[in-house]
Design a protein around this ligand. Sequence first.
Ligand SMILES: Cc1cc2nc3c(=O)[nH]c(=O)nc-3n(C[C@H](O)[C@H](O)[C@H](O)COP(=O)(O)O)c2cc1C
Length: 344
Amino acid sequence: MNFPFPLSPLYPLARAALFKLDPEVAHNVALHSLKTLETAHLAGFLASRVHAPREVFGLQFDNAVGLAAGLDKNGEYIDAMAALGFGFIEVGTVTPRAQPGNPKPRMFRLTEHEALINRLGFNNGGLDAFLENVQRAKYKGVLGLNIGKNFDTSIENAADDYVTCLRGVYPHASYVTINISSPNTKGLRDLQAAAQLEKLLSTLQAEKNKLAKKHKKQVPLLLKIAPDLDGAAIKDIAGLLLQYGFDGVIATNTTISRDAVRGHKHAAETGGLSGQPVFSPSTEILRQMNKALKGHLPIIGVGGVMSAENARQKINAGASLVQIYTGFIYHGPQLIRDCALALK
Ligand SMILES: Cc1cc2nc3c(=O)[nH]c(=O)nc-3n(C[C@H](O)[C@H](O)[C@H](O)COP(=O)(O)O)c2cc1C
């Protein structure tokens, strides 16, 4: 439902209240409030949707601005998020079994930098609960389902966890994201190294072929990469994605670098840094990946989109679509609209 006078300009007031709370508490309060509004059919008042349709990966997107993974790890808020005007929604990361994640506190705000550091560690309710939530959602737009491995599954057996998740999510996903780039699960990023990655991609592609026959549908597989890769690693990854017939890339996850926030009281916290400081490194990785792929695969650009201009810069660097997470925390639903209009 669209309201003639969207309330999104009032977000700074909500933000002022939320930012007085611990970041993880604020996250939960905001999501519960949104869900309550959505259930009462009022969430549409918070934003007015931009229709700017486009086709990427053979899918029809309502606009080019999506919700990045990790905000709704269990797929509990899909309809509420859709009401805010996102052109597509990605939920997860889900792991086969439920797990609590790392001890709290594990999320930190670096307000001066419009940034967050998190080391949540894939806290989620597991695949079965995730699938129940996804199936309960009424949302009919593009839905990405993001999969990972449990913290206690060894890197040698990681492919088993991804296969378990892929089998579960395949019938319900518009696209599936293989997340091997979170810095908060020990060894996960090692899967980006060529030998490990080849094993993982070949296993997943073989499984996908079976699932495509079984479910009579082709679901695009995307790989989500880190912003902390060097040029050689990017070339290796691009080569393997093309060799194993993957459909696209999400560039990027959070960074382990602290160069841009040195001296901040939270800079030494372990975890992934997101928001404004990750924009430059992330956009550079996007540019290099686009070059390495020679335009053969579409890329979703994510990392530090805090303004419509940032969204344009991602597209200019080679992205076909963008996603936002930290920018949404700092600027609210108005940012979705501003970016979607800028990319129209
Ligand atoms: C608190 C938090 C949790 C996240 N959890 C996940 C996750 O579970 N899976 C994933 O693929 N990315 C996750 N991300 C990464 C985001 O999807 C995104 O790639 C990254 O934050 C960069 O975008 P941003 O600067 O717009 O936040 C998380 C980010 C944050 C801030």
